[in-house]
Design a protein around this ligand. Structure first.
Ligand code: SF4
Length: 265
């Protein structure tokens, strides 16, 4: 279990010191280590989950699933408020199944689309009750692909949400590629034709990371979180390459600099 930022950093340093680490893994983890000076791994873990570094957010995987549903199309601030309200009011899946729907809508109101999200929460909770005897952990049996397939049969759960459940709720090595991770990696290794809306491109980035980083959910959680923060803060749609700590290794930066230099002549 990762308890704090120092633990996360130690995991990365330990891995970097291994002899069998490949060149790309070394490059990615060295950059993550550099970025961790600016970004806190612990403070930015928002979804409650069984191995959350903050004991107050250490919750059953069911709550991770609810947080994922609440986080759709809302700000981080509103997501956190809605998740905290939810956790305070409901202690188990039974509480939710037997709840007053209007009260649920009020509880999660700040997440936006409360009627739609309340329906999604009730639908998925009833599905887990019927298919998995009310315990979401009964899904966590079999290979990663089998578990992903089962997760994607849950109402309202798509591929990215399924990967979040694998990585964060079930502690399995399946890295989450959100738009921020996608942007940083595709620029860093510079593929100008990459497109987040193309499923094959997202799978390509996922495979690239999973093929080149040791299969360890703790490492995946750290890499995913730090890259997500870097994508949100520096490597945005319009990237701030001049102040980016990892620009010396970035192909996008090198290519653009060369292009800009050529334009001078
Ligand atoms: S140098 Fe620019 S493109 Fe490369 S990772 Fe940094 S911000 Fe992103």
């Amino acid at each position: 279990m990762i308890n704090n930022d120092i633990d996360a950093l130690e995991i990365i340093i330990y891995r970097l010191n291994q002899n069998d680490i490949n060149r790309i893994e070394h490059e990615i983890l060295s950059n993550i280590k550099e970025l961790m000076i600016d970004y806190s791994f612990v403070d930015n873990q928002t979804y409650p989950r069984p191995s959350h570094p903050n004991i107050l957010k250490r919750k059953d995987a069911y709550f991770t699933l609810i947080a994922i549903l609440l986080s759709l199309r809302t700000t981080l601030e509103n997501e956190i408020k809605a998740v905290n309200n939810f956790i305070e009011k409901y202690k188990s899946i039974d509480d939710v199944i037997n709840c007053n729907k209007n009260e649920l809508i009020q509880t999660i109101n700040c997440a936006g689309m409360p009627i739609k999200k309340a329906k999604a929460i009730l639908d998925v909770s009833n599905y887990i009750l019927k298919e998995y005897n009310g315990d979401i952990n009964n899904i966590n049996v079999g290979s990663i692909d089998e578990i992903r397939d089962k997760l994607m049969q849950l109402p309202g759960i798509g591929e990215k949400s399924a990967d979040c459940m694998l990585e964060l709720a079930f502690n399995l090595p399946s890295i989450v590629i959100d738009i921020n991770v996608f942007r940083v990696i595709s620029r860093f290794y510079y593929d100008e034709d990459m497109n987040f809306n193309k499923k094959t491109d997202v799978l390509k980035i996922k495979k690239f990371l999973e093929d080149n980083i040791i299969k360890d959910y703790k490492i995946y959680q750290i890499v995913h979180t730090i890259m997500l923060l870097h994508g949100k803060n520096i490597c945005k749609s319009k990237p701030s390459c001049d102040i980016c700590k990892i620009n010396s290794n970035c192909k996008y930066f090198k290519n653009n600099n060369m292009y800009n230099q050529l334009k001078l002549f």
